[in-house]
Design a protein around this ligand. Structure first.
Ligand code: HEC
Length: 137
């Protein structure tokens, strides 16, 4: 009986700790400047090779002009542009995950910093996340 009670106390403390921990991360939208997960970018490279490379080379999107256009703009802007127009012969064919992976791959080509956390292709995350690209001033 005593052992059982002890367990309950430990469980209670664990739950308290968890609640405190999550309290810090709820609320405000994620700050701008989410870096790119290399794993997600690699998936994007695969998707690009499968769905984009018939008409595009990566060199086309690895440029000062591209970086200037998309630097620190909400990810959703390029995401929605691609989703509504590319691949040109079948727009919208990729999944949301794949479009996001491709966007992050292109951002990585343009000097985006690496980070461990993958981004989810939700409206909320895409609106709240802006990524810094390499632009020379
Ligand atoms: C069947 C050929 C074809 C495929 C496949 C294709 N594109 Fe395109 N893409 C084009 C053409 C043609 C244009 C230029 C005309 C236009 O802007 O609509 C273009 C334009 C673009 C632009 C705008 C370029 C700029 O300088 O403004 C982006 C970005 C782009 N494509 C990305 C992609 C991505 C990412 C994929 C894969 C998911 C893809 N495209 C697949 C033909 C294609």
């Amino acid at each position: 009986m005593r052992g059982y009670q002890h367990c309950l106390v430990v469980l209670g403390l664990t739950l308290l700790g968890a609640a405190e921990g999550s309290g810090q991360s709820t609320g405000a939208a994620k700050p701008a400047g989410g870096p790119v997960s290399p794993v997600q970018a690699r998936r994007g490279e695969t998707a690009f090779n499968q769905s984009c490379s018939a008409c595009h080379t990566t060199a086309q999107f690895n440029s000062e002009a591209f970086a200037r256009t998309w630097n620190e703009r909400p990810i959703i802007e390029l995401f929605e542009q691609l989703r509504s127009s590319m691949p040109q012969d079948n727009p919208g064919r990729l999944t949301r995950e794949e479009y996001l992976d491709v966007v992050l791959y292109l951002f990585k080509l343009n000097g985006a910093a690496e980070g461990v956390q993958e981004l989810a292709p939700t409206e909320e995350v895409l609106r709240a996340t802006k990524i810094k690209l390499k632009v020379t001033n």
